[in-house]
Design a protein around this ligand. Sequence first.
Ligand SMILES: Nc1ncnc2c1ncn2[C@@H]1O[C@H](COP(=O)(O)OP(=O)(O)OP(=O)(O)O)[C@@H](O)[C@H]1O
Length: 192
Amino acid sequence: MSIGALLSATDLGMIRGERILFRNVSLAAHAGDAIVLRGANGAGKTTLLRILAGLTRPETGKVDRSAPHHWIAHREGLKPHETPFTHLGLWARAWGTSAGQIDAVLDKMALIRPSGVSARHLSAGQRRRTALGRLLLQERPIWLLDEPLTALDADGRELLLGMISEHRMRGGAIIAAIHGDAGFDSTCEVMI
Ligand SMILES: Nc1ncnc2c1ncn2[C@@H]1O[C@H](COP(=O)(O)OP(=O)(O)OP(=O)(O)O)[C@@H](O)[C@H]1O
């Protein structure tokens, strides 16, 4: 474990099918850090993030986390019948977040108007905003984000970049897979 790191990964390697996706990947995220994962489609960024989140076991290496994390996948994880209100409400109950906080998050994410619309009828950006709202339901120092800017309009992008900036200033860290312009200063970029 890298000294003082919120998350550190050492010598990670992964095989999918008959292909070595990556090997000898090491990184450490400290308070205030933003690590950007880069690589072509299919290179293994999502797989690496899932390993960092503890959802997938690596072939080699290990991950140490010294603080709780949020995981926001590329697919938002909303069931077709879920609404922004019920989705965030479910997570709020699971995490012991006060019910009042749900409205505050819906407001912040500009989701008050569609708060009762089922996911199958939400726009892609509204689904993304709903998933990102989970970040605000409970303070967790490590944010693992898979292409978080996808589907966001200009306001949504500004909103998320502001959330990331505030999170880093509070001593949090993010590790994000991003195609194109990240929109924030990264501490380092890891090519997969
Ligand atoms: N559970 C799995 N079983 C078999 N192969 C998998 C599995 N998960 C991912 N893969 C394969 O591993 C490779 C890397 O996938 P991954 O989703 O990590 O790439 P990525 O870098 O995130 O791509 P993109 O930029 O397109 O999102 C792909 O070829 C994918 O098909």
